[in-house]
Design a protein around this ligand. Structure first.
Ligand code: AMP
Length: 285
């Protein structure tokens, strides 16, 4: 496994692999890798001949006052994780390689899809995500790119970008990987104090409550939302950013649970903002 820092090295590697007829899989990450990231790499390995992972804490997707400077980083540990899964190449550029002086071009997916949910409290976030992912797709030119369902809105936005811009890459969504007690794995979990870590279980627990209600026939989105909020508010340390029940593709709010729906939530514990979601389907009556 090689680690490279420049775009020209990635291109040389990809050119050679593609000439040999290999199918290229790509997993973009911000590093500090955990089992969730590893599951994407394993999915890529199963579907593709060559797997490339990018590790880049992308400054343009962080808003003012967010955790860009403190975001956890550990390249050596990440290299070991990638090596163990059988990744072929890590692309770990400096910010100056991705955004050299004078850089000024951005990809912005407009409309409700980036304004709802996380877009409401992070208004510039998705513009940063689509811009860097478009750049990475141009650099790596993958056949398949693997993303975690943990960031459900990110997948919806990237799928829309790929459709709107006629990109040829195929997006492969992968299931959420959780700790044994249910907390969705995240590089940001490391910020939590012991007490916050315990109370952070309200996220996955409240989604379970919602899932059970829907399985028992509840279809009123407001009632389900209230049950979720009540449970989260049972934690004194939790501060709700949003709880939303939306259509999976458009991310527009639902009044009645129907078809393919997404329950997404973001909750802050101190300065740490955690997200989680449940994606389900009910048959149309
Ligand atoms: P990040 O490094 O947080 O930008 O995440 C990189 C990729 O890993 C994204 O596609 C995430 O959705 C995915 N990912 C992060 N956490 C998880 C998880 N717990 N389960 C599955 N995928 C995840």
């Amino acid at each position: 496994m090689k680690t490279v820092k420049t775009i020209s090295e990635v291109r040389a590697f990809v050119d050679e692999k593609r000439r040999a007829g290999n199918r290229i899989g790509f997993v973009p990450t911000m590093g500090f890798l955990h089992e969730g990231h590893a599951s994407l790499m394993k999915a890529a390995k199963a579907k593709c001949d060559v797997v490339i992972v990018s590790i880049f804490v992308n400054p343009t997707q962080f808003g003012p006052g967010e955790d860009l400077e403190t975001y956890p980083r550990d390249l050596v540990r990440d290299q070991n994780t990638c090596e163990a899964v059988g990744v072929d190449l890590i692309f770990a550029p400096e910010a100056s390689e991705m955004y050299p002086e004078g850089y000024s071009t951005y990809v912005d997916c407009e409309g409700e899809i980036t304004k709802q949910l996380c877009g409401a409290s992070r208004p510039t976030h998705f513009k940063g995500v689509t811009s860097v992912v478009a750049k990475l797709f141009n650099i790596v030119q993958p056949d398949f790119a693997f993303f975690g369902q943990k960031d459900a809105q990110q997948i919806a936005v990237i799928e829309k970008m790929v459709r709107d811009l006629n990109m040829t890459v195929k997006i492969v969504p992968c299931p959420i990987v959780r700790e044994s007690d249910g907390l969705a794995m995240s590089s940001r979990n490391t910020y939590l104090s012991d007490e916050q870590r315990k109370e952070a279980l309200v996220l996955s627990q409240s989604l379970e409550i919602a899932k059970n209600k829907i399985q028992n026939g509840e279809r009123d989105a407001n009632k389900i939302k209230s049950a979720i909020m009540d449970h989260i508010q049972s934690s004194p340390l939790a501060e709700i950013d949003y709880v939303s029940l939306v259509n999976v593709k458009t991310l527009l709010p639902l009044v009645v649970i129907e078809d393919e729906f997404l329950i997404a939530l973001a909750v802050k514990f101190g300065k740490t903002r955690l997200i989680d979601n449940y994606r389900g389907q009910v048959s149309l009556s």
